[in-house]
Design a protein around this ligand. Structure first.
Ligand code: HMG
Ligand code: MG
Length: 297
């Protein structure tokens, strides 16, 4: 079933027949949780997500354990999960040090990150936006030598917990720099879930006047229940990749007020309503969501 949409004066593409979901639960979902989650539970969670046939799973991050203690077991989790050759397994890395650990742990896909807000960049990575991009530049030769697939996050694209609304024009120069560094896909992050559908349209119009929609993913935290509507807007603008987390867990410890990612379960339901394929096995996804909920308060 094909549906055409017109928003304002802009002719938009029809809804896609299928989308891909990047499951960020094991990384974004767990990084903000205070109580220790046993390593074996994380491994089991990821293995069930693999059984659910997500297109991509962000397994963990190789960041400083002083900053994110919950994911200090990144190496062990990465070593012990059962990898399905049809799924992309990605590790988040902030610098060359983290990248080297990800390579040791046998990743061929990594995610790097920067932000559209200077204050958030400082709070999250202890450096300016320019310096965070310099850290990515330092990784470039390794991306090439190791034929890595690289995805990049831009956080606080629409709003920052410290600086408030971010002007829509801010993000394009950051996108230009990231693509120049060999990034394949950019995930646009609404870190605190504040973006409205009008905000999303405004930013996408600017970005998609320069780049093809297939180079982007949308990453919505769902603090104000805007995420599903915003995903629909993304689809109408031709985006076919969306980040979400099983059970809607998630948040960033350096973004006060941020709640969980939009749940993968809700994205699947939305897709069913719209006749869009995801290829995900719902029962297995639900099993994974239930499992991880048993470890959370
Ligand atoms: P720093 O303190 O400025 O780093 O932190 P440094 O280079 O001065 O090193 C300090 C210590 O950290 C040293 O150890 C280093 O060895 C160690 P010490 O000598 O004190 O024992 N170190 C590391 N250890 C492990 N792995 C590493 C690493 N690098 C240095 N890779 C740093 C800078 C970037 C490391 C720190 O700020 C950090 O780890 N930040 C990560 C914060 C984070 O993970 N935030 C959440 C992910 S982003 C997010 O959630 C948003 C997203 O979901 C999208 C959205 O929603 O918007 C992606
Ligand atoms: Mg996030």
């Amino acid at each position: 079933m094909k549906k055409d949409f017109l928003i304002g004066q802009n002719k938009l593409s029809s809804l896609p027949p299928a989308i891909r979901i990047v499951e960020v639960g094991p990384r974004d979902g767990l990084q903000n949780i205070d109580q220790h989650i046993p390593t074996n539970a994380k491994i089991q969670f990821i293995n069930i997500l693999s059984d659910a046939k997500l297109s991509e799973i962000e397994v963990t991050s190789f960041v400083s354990p002083k900053w994110i203690p919950q994911l200090a077991d990144a190496q062990e989790v990465s070593d012990k999960i059962i990898r399905d050759s049809h799924i992309i397994y990605t590790a988040l890395v902030p610098n060359v040090y983290g990248l080297d650990m990800a390579l040791d742990a046998d990743y061929s896909s990594v995610a790097v990150f920067t932000a559209a807000s200077e204050t958030f960049s400082l709070k999250n990575t202890n450096c300016s936006i320019t310096d965070s991009i310099k850290r990515i530049e330092d990784m470039k030769s390794s991306f090439q030598e190791n034929s890595l697939r690289v995805r990049a996050y831009i956080s606080t694209v629409w709003a920052c917990p410290y600086e408030g609304n971010i002007p829509a024009e801010t993000v394009l120069p950051i996108i230009n720099s990231l693509f120049e560094l060999g990034v394949e896909e950019i995930s646009l992050g609404d870190t605190i879930g504040k973006a409205t559908s009008e905000d999303v349209k405004k930013t996408l119009k600017i970005i998609l006047s320069e780049y093809n929609a297939n180079r982007f993913s949308l990453h919505f935290h769902d603090t104000y229940n805007h995420a599903l509507e915003n995903i629909k807007v993304g689809m109408e603008y031709g985006i076919t990749s969306f980040d979400s987390s099983a059970g809607g867990i998630g948040g960033c410890p350096f973004a006060p007020g941020a709640s969980g990612n939009i749940s993968t379960d809700s994205v699947i339901k939305l897709c069913q309503e719209l006749g869009i394929k995801t290829g995900i096995k719902e029962k297995k996804l639900s099993e994974a969501s239930k499992l991880i909920q048993t470890y959370l308060n």
